[in-house]
Design a protein around this ligand. Structure first.
Ligand SMILES: NC(=O)c1ccc[n+]([C@@H]2O[C@H](COP(=O)([O-])OP(=O)(O)OC[C@H]3O[C@@H](n4cnc5c(N)ncnc54)[C@H](O)[C@@H]3O)[C@@H](O)[C@H]2O)c1
Length: 263
């Protein structure tokens, strides 16, 4: 298998200031893509990490739920980096932790706005440029919570399930027009999960990490993943080695959706 050479291509990664998005921006840049780091918080650290691997990136402030900010971000990508070939819809929020009858309407609406309307807006704004590219790629970061239920996460599961089927739908409309659309469903990935740990005391953060590791230990691979283990799959889907893949829903979950947890 050849190495995915993405030189000459331009990628937007939303939510790229942290976690999976940051690792994805670096991994795409390491293969030669020029990357827009789009986020509501500063993407400077990601841009520095991209430069450290010899890549090129710019940070653009963008709330994916805001149509005007999304349009401006896509325009900046095209004007400053010279086109658009790859869109990674990664930005996401957890969506509140409660059973549905106790879930705040504001939490529900914000989760839909970021996790579902966000990818809609980014994809809509990017589409003319992806069509012009002739080798457009869309990679949606969904979740195992889009395939199975997760406790106390009705809004999150609803949005991730919707992104899974939106991926298939987009593949139907655009695959014969030069654009491949795929989704990745990560399982337990070791990230800060929306700044949860950053807002905790060191002891609380360590305990939260411990709880997640314990949950991850019950899945077949038995641990959480590092962010580059997802980013590497994004690079594969963005490159030409995945040339016959479209509408695919790719689990990167240590096997957690393969079996009932007997533990
Ligand atoms: N970490 C996991 O275990 C896991 C598992 C399955 C799926 N995912 C999905 O992976 C994606 C990335 O998650 P992560 O764990 O890296 O999270 P993270 O919190 O580390 O990073 C998410 C980034 O998205 C940004 N963001 C939030 N709202 C935004 C908005 N409105 N506009 C632009 N940027 C915004 C945040 O500022 C942050 O930089 C999400 O879609 C998440 O649902 C994560």
């Amino acid at each position: 298998m050849s190495k995915p050479n993405l030189s000459g291509r331009v990628a937007i990664v939303t939510g790229a200031a942290n976690g999976i998005g940051a690792a994805t921006a670096v991994a795409l840049a390491a293969e030669g893509a020029r990357v827009v780091v789009a986020d509501v918080v500063t993407g400077d650290a990601t841009v520095a990490a991209v430069r450290a691997v010899g890549g090129e990136a710019i940070a653009v402030h963008c709330d994916v739920a805001d149509p005007e900010q999304v349009a401006a971000m896509v325009d900046t990508a095209v004007e400053q980096l010279g086109g658009l070939d790859i869109l990674v819809n990664n930005a996401g929020v957890g969506g509140g932790s409660a059973p549905l009858h106790e879930l705040d309407l504001d939490d529900w609406n914000r989760t839909l706005a970021v996790n579902l309307t966000g990818p809609f807006l980014c994809t809509r704004a990017a589409m003319p440029h992806l069509l012009a590219s002739g080798r457009g790629r869309i990679i949606n970061i969904a979740s195992t919570s889009g395939l199975i239920g997760a406790p106390l996460a009705p809004a999150y599961c609803a949005t991730k399930g919707a992104i899974v089927n939106l991926t298939r739908q987009l593949a139907v409309d655009y695959s014969n027009r030069g654009i491949r659309v795929n989704a990745i469903c990560p399982g337990y990935i070791d990230t800060d999960l929306g700044g949860h740990r950053a807002s905790m005391s060191p002891d609380q953060a360590a305990a939260a990490h411990e709880r997640r590791e314990a949950a991850a230990a019950r899945q077949p691979i038995g641990r959480q993943a590092q962010t580059d283990e997802v980013a590497n799959v994004v690079v594969f889907l963005a490159g030409d080695d995945s040339s016959f893949m479209t509408g695919s829903i790719v689990t990167v979950d240590g096997g957690c959706t393969t079996t009932f947890n007997h533990g």
